[in-house]
Design a protein around this ligand. Sequence first.
Ligand code: 4FN
Length: 270
Amino acid sequence: MAVRFDVVTLFPELFAPFQNVGVTRRAFETRAVDVRLWPLREHAEGVYRRVDDRPFGGGPGMVMLVEPLVRCLAAIRADQAAPASPSSAQPPGQRLPVIWFSPAGQRLTQRRVQQMAEGPGAVLVCGRYEGVDQRFIDAHVDEELSLGDYVLSGGELPALTLIDAVARLQPGVLHDAASHEQDSFSDGLLDCPHYSRPEVLPAAAVGAEGGADLPVPPVLMSGHHAQIARWRREQQLALTARRRPELIEAARARGELSKKDEDFLRGLTL
Ligand code: 4FN
């Protein structure tokens, strides 16, 4: 089933470029991911087409108004029930959840991305200014998602992040299916280091004139597939244990560390 994203935003032009480049382009071309942009300003009224106003109680900044958002959401619901362009009618009774991006939300995880990649999609509401009138969130938002703890100027980049992460999981988007499984994080560990040509990099190529040349780790040139797989696994384990020990703990809790892995980790000096 296609994954449909209805995106409510004051800046729809931010979304177009992402649909035309890279591995995710195929997901949009094949309509495996169907992004529909809903420019919020079109649902504003009056000569000034206001979408924001000053906060009651005072204070700096502006707040997004409920009413344009509610009118926009009604238009989305109508289109989901009887789409102007086909292929994305929701099965009757399906109501795509409304997601609001904010630092108050649950952190977006690969697990949630995988769930979303299986469909049917969501309405993504992108905030601007200081945020939205709380009554919109209370009445219409099903889920709040956050990318992390920093100040952003809007929810568009979080929405694009989610769309990108979902798009690349669609069947046929990554070149080989193995890319999925070997992905860092499909096994919950950080990725191993990668190397390509040349086999020996002259020191001068990295600006270290007179220093030692830089060979690729010899095991990768050995042609010994089992040893290569073990080396990569151990590189993953070592990097993850040092940088993101909580991910080792989580993998252990899921029963994903072998006896060999545990022995390796025990011998590791952090
Ligand atoms: N940000 C914090 C505290 C208070 C406000 C903000 C903030 C954009 C609409 C929300 C930010 C970060 C990660 C959405 C930040 C995210 C946003 C996100 C976001 C405009 C209102 C706002 C976390 C630093 C304590 C602005 C921190 N993931 N307000 O950034 O939407 O999704």
